[in-house]
Design a protein around this ligand. Structure first.
Ligand code: MG
Length: 203
């Protein structure tokens, strides 16, 4: 399985990193080895001094598909989750300056937190989901899927032009503003509405 990640999908986050607004979604992949194992802490890798948290709504694909029209995209997922796209911001910055791919900054072991899953029909409207991240008990990120530049079904249409979607693939739908550095000893908890989807420790 693969993790398909969307970058720059929330205007407020684009502004905080002083990135240009994209005309198409920014897409990158993480391998399955990037998934942080359940109940394991996240270890800060020694190649970075600036690991950022990016909390993101996740979508789990449950049907094989290619060239999926957004009208039918809802048939390709049943579950919604929440996770973190950990990013070595210092390394990513260097790679961006040189026009190089981001994998070393985004796809390293443990760089993808995948929390619990709930059926998508838990929610009346997936384009109105409130979600947030707490660091050491204090809220550091809050977003609402209404503020996505490309909504879930549009993202599925877009990414399936390039990649065949397979059962178990996960889409990371992008992060809102408030990304920031994590340090050893931090605890991170993610929520959709009031429900906790993950709780991890940083070491
Ligand atoms: Mg991200």
């Amino acid at each position: 399985m693969k993790l398909i990640c969307i970058g720059r999908n929330y205007t407020d986050h684009i502004e905080e990193l002083e990135n240009e607004k994209p005309t198409d979604p920014v897409v990158f992949l993480k391998p399955d080895t990037a998934i942080l194992l359940k109940k394991q802490p996240f270890f800060i890798p020694d190649f970075s001094d600036n690991i950022h948290h990016e909390v993101e709504v996740l979508v789990k694909i449950n049907r094989v598909g290619k060239f999926i029209d957004k009208k039918f995209a809802h048939k390709y997922y049943n579950e919604i989750g929440l996770g973190i796209d950990f990013t070595a911001r210092d390394l990513q910055q260097k790679l961006k300056e040189k026009g190089l791919p981001w994998e070393k900054a985004k796809a390293f072991d443990g760089a993808a937190v995948v929390g619990n899953w709930v059926p998508k029909d838990t929610y009346e409207n997936l384009d109105e989901l409130d979600f947030s991240l707490k660091k050491n008990g204090e809220e550091v990120q809050r977003g609402n899927t209404r503020l996505m530049l490309w909504k879930i079904d549009e993202l599925i249409e877009y990414v399936s032009k390039y990649f065949t979607l397979k059962i178990g693939d996960i889409i990371f739908t992008g992060t809102p503003a408030g990304v920031g550095k994590v340090q050893a000893g931090d605890s991170l908890e993610g929520f959709i509405e009031e429900k906790q989807f993950f709780s991890i420790r940083v070491k």
